[in-house]
Design a protein around this ligand. Structure first.
Ligand code: SF4
Length: 155
């Protein structure tokens, strides 16, 4: 199966995991609402889609192919591309995780602290980043893009 064939594309369930920023928390790569690629949109069926899909590698140089995402641990544990790779042979894979809401609520302060200390990838939605900061403690921040990341400073 080659990339970009309908069969290959059909392995994607449009869960949006690979297009969310994985924040390191206690050895896990955790995704949360609001911290995602600036081109990710939610569709009426509740799933996700890329608003620049046909042109994504030009407009979003941070975007990864399914194969790169697999190698870099950017997919979910239940992703169809992970399952297809496992069907070919043993695969130790630890991808991104979405925590149960109760556990997520406990680690949101740590995620906020991580973002404030180490910034976020420059491809992240600034609107979403600001929404995340507003719902996890508020405050006013200025954003500076440097070395491929957004860095936040209190305004
Ligand atoms: S550009 Fe890439 S990372 Fe961004 S939404 Fe599209 S597919 Fe996802």
């Amino acid at each position: 199966m080659t990339p970009e064939t309908p069969e290959h594309e059909a392995l994607c369930s449009r869960c949006g995991t690979s297009c969310h920023y994985g924040v390191p928390v206690n050895g896990l790569s955790v995704i949360v609402d609001d911290l995602h690629c600036t081109f990710l949109v939610r569709t009426d069926d509740g799933r996700f889609a890329c608003s620049v899909y046909e042109d994504r590698f030009r407009q979003a140089p941070w975007c990864a192919t399914a194969e790169e995402a697999l190698e870099q641990g950017l997919l979910s544990q239940t992703c169809g591309y992970v399952a297809a790779a496992r069907a070919k042979g043993p695969l130790a894979y630890r991808g991104k995780t979405r925590l149960h809401p109760r556990l997520e609520a406990k680690v949101l302060p740590a995620i906020r602290a991580e973002i404030l200390a180490r910034g976020a990838p420059a491809g992240v939605s600034l609107e979403g980043l600001r929404r995340f900061l507003a719902r996890t403690g508020g405050g006013e921040f200025t954003v500076e893009e440097r070395e491929g990341r957004f860095w936040l400073s209190p305004a």
